[in-house]
Ligand binder design. Structure first.
Ligand code: ATP
Length: 281
């Protein structure tokens, strides 16, 4: 079953197109890396999925139910600006979140915060950025969501805090089969935990699918610069170096003598898609 699917999803802010005609199908139980440059539409996509903003066109479904201006009861959403009351203490914040959510596990929140050794009497305003993210994430996990939407959860965190945040998320993925969509403008941030990719560029879906399948479908091929006629498949991008040319090809056929194929790495593949898109714009 799809955890999150969209058809023809578009969002305009005034005259600006933030998202255009997006069709995606994110399977249940996956960890989805939502990747794209600044302004690609990642936050808009997540806010639409959370029902926080309404689409200009198209539909969003969470576990088959159309999202209409409210968060799906089985979903949790953590926006970029961590929604915490700065004047509250940690304890007050946990109680307030509990009162606001029908389905709530205080045990899960406390378990998630165990490693942080957070003082329940500390004011939210006194916490470091990383600890605030951990607190906000723990409160999201307290809803025991089946779908967790995380907008730039790793931004502004040091290496150790990043590891802690990802470990928290992956515990619920492993224990409860939770689906996660987490955004970043850096694929490298997400590479180790994601098994599904959603690549956005200027509001459009450039690539979406299971990461292993995407990699299997593509080849990096290298051959003589004066021979391009024998290449079958879809050439995503060509670059030249001296007397050789290198191509990223989707579904390549058999190669002519003089050509060699290698499996691409994900970072290189994504970079080629983004560059090709920029070059044709
Ligand atoms: N509330 C808004 N009003 C007007 N324009 C907006 C609004 N929110 C987003 N935009 C515009 O929509 C486009 C997509 O923005 P969005 O924040 O979704 O991208 P993003 O990929 O999350 O970017 P970043 O990585 O910088 O956070 C951008 O051009 C942005 O300026």
């Amino acid at each position: 079953m799809s955890a999150l699917s969209t058809i023809g999803l578009s969002k305009n802010y005034g005259g600006r197109r933030a998202l255009q005609d997006c069709a995606v199908d994110l399977p249940e139980g996956k960890v989805v890396g939502l990747v794209g440059s600044n302004g690609a539409g990642k936050s808009t996509f997540l806010a639409l999925a959370a029902g926080l903003v309404r689409p200009s066109a198209g539909t969003v479904r969470v576990f088959g139910d159309e999202v209409r201006g409210r968060l799906h009861p089985e979903a949790a959403y953590l926006p970029q600006h961590r929604p915490l009351y700065k004047d509250f203490t940690v304890g007050e914040m946990i109680r307030a979140a509990g009162a606001m959510n029908q389905r709530w596990s205080r045990d899960r929140v406390e378990e998630a915060l165990e490693a942080t050794e957070l003082d329940c009497d500390a004011r939210v305003s006194s916490l470091s950025q990383g600890t605030r993210t951990q607190l906000a994430l723990a409160l999201s996990l307290g809803r025991l969501p089946k779908l967790l939407l995380l907008d730039e959860p790793l931004a502004d965190l040091d290496v150790l805090a990043r590891e802690d945040v990802l470990r928290l998320v992956m515990t619920d993925v492993a224990d409860r089969g939770m689906t996660v969509v987490l955004s970043s403008h850096l694929l490298a941030d997400l590479r180790d935990v994601c098994d599904h990719l959603l690549l956005l560029h200027e509001g459009r879906v450039l690539l979406e699918g299971d990461i292993e399948e995407i990699l299997d479908e593509h080849s990096d091929i290298v051959g003589p610069v004066d021979d391009g006629t024998s290449i079958t498949g879809t050439v995503i991008r060509t670059s030249r170096a001296g007397r050789q040319q290198r191509m990223l090809v989707r579904a390549p056929g058999s190669l002519a003598p003089g050509w060699e194929a290698q499996p691409p790495d994900l970072e290189g593949l994504v970079t080629n898609y983004l560059r090709a898109s920029r070059e044709t714009a």
